[in-house]
Design a protein around this ligand. Structure first.
Ligand code: AMP
Length: 227
């Protein structure tokens, strides 16, 4: 993200928006590995809180299991605490936040207070593809690595390549819960895209392509090259 930083001359707050299954987690992982920018996934943080049985985890678990969003005040506090850590001083990448207009307003204030530059990308993927991706997704409860039965299977069926734990299907990737998550996305997160579009161009990414092609487009955009 060096070139974009140089152009902006301010630390970058980079948002990846889009429905569940659009590839935000995969792309944010690649960006973080290649650039070293701090990657913050609120879904991962919440699943970690659930695994550690923290008070936040206890509140979030029943909501997440049924595809509902976790309340804004909890998420805003979680983000405020996370971005105060030293690895976020020079910018950060958010995957899964903001998901409501209230969260976006809280983030706007944070970005303003810290004198950051906001860049927003919106991943677009047809609904049928999202459903296929989510139903085939398998997840490691120990290290949170994500696989797909067809498109990115683990080397040994059902076993995590990274840590050897057994892979499972996330409770919220079950078909009935996925429908609820997509509903929550339409009702609560699509207005977030509109919230930003009123202020500046939001870059639309066609997420129904090869992972490397999508990453190349993101990299090109961040480096300010014409696409
Ligand atoms: P994800 O891994 O990003 O798909 O998130 C999984 C689940 O965590 C979501 O379906 C929500 O229940 C919860 N969650 C993650 N991020 C947020 C957020 N910004 N606001 C509210 N709930 C969230």
């Amino acid at each position: 993200m060096g070139a974009a930083d140089a152009k902006a001359k301010r630390p970058l707050c980079f948002l990846l928006l889009g429905p569940p299954g659009a590839g935000k987690g995969t792309q944010s992982g690649i960006i973080a590995r290649r650039t070293g920018v701090a990657r913050i996934s609120t879904g991962e943080m919440l699943r970690d809180a659930i695994a550690r049985k923290t008070p936040l985890g206890e509140k979030a678990a029943p909501l997440m299991d049924y595809g509902n969003l976790v309340p804004d005040d909890l998420l805003v506090a979680l983000i405020a605490e996370r971005v105060a850590l030293p690895d976020c001083t020079n910018g950060f990448l958010l995957d899964g936040f903001p998901r409501t207009v209230n969260q976006a307003a809280a983030l706007d204030q944070l970005v303003k207070d810290r004198g950051m530059e906001l860049v927003v990308m919106n991943f677009d993927v047809p609904r049928a593809v999202l459903l296929r991706r989510l139903s085939g997704r398998r997840w490691c409860p120990t290290c949170q690595a994500t696989y797909h039965l067809e498109t990115s299977p683990s080397k040994k069926l059902g076993i995590c390549d990274n840590c050897g734990s057994s892979l499972i299907q996330r409770a919220d990737d079950r078909e009935n819960v996925v429908a609820k998550r997509l509903e929550a996305y339409e009702a609560q997160t699509v207005p977030v895209i509109q919230h930003y579009e009123k202020r500046f161009p939001v870059h639309r990414v066609d997420g129904y392509r090869d992972v490397n092609e999508v990453f190349a487009e993101i990299e090109q955009y961040l480096n300010g090259e014409p696409s």
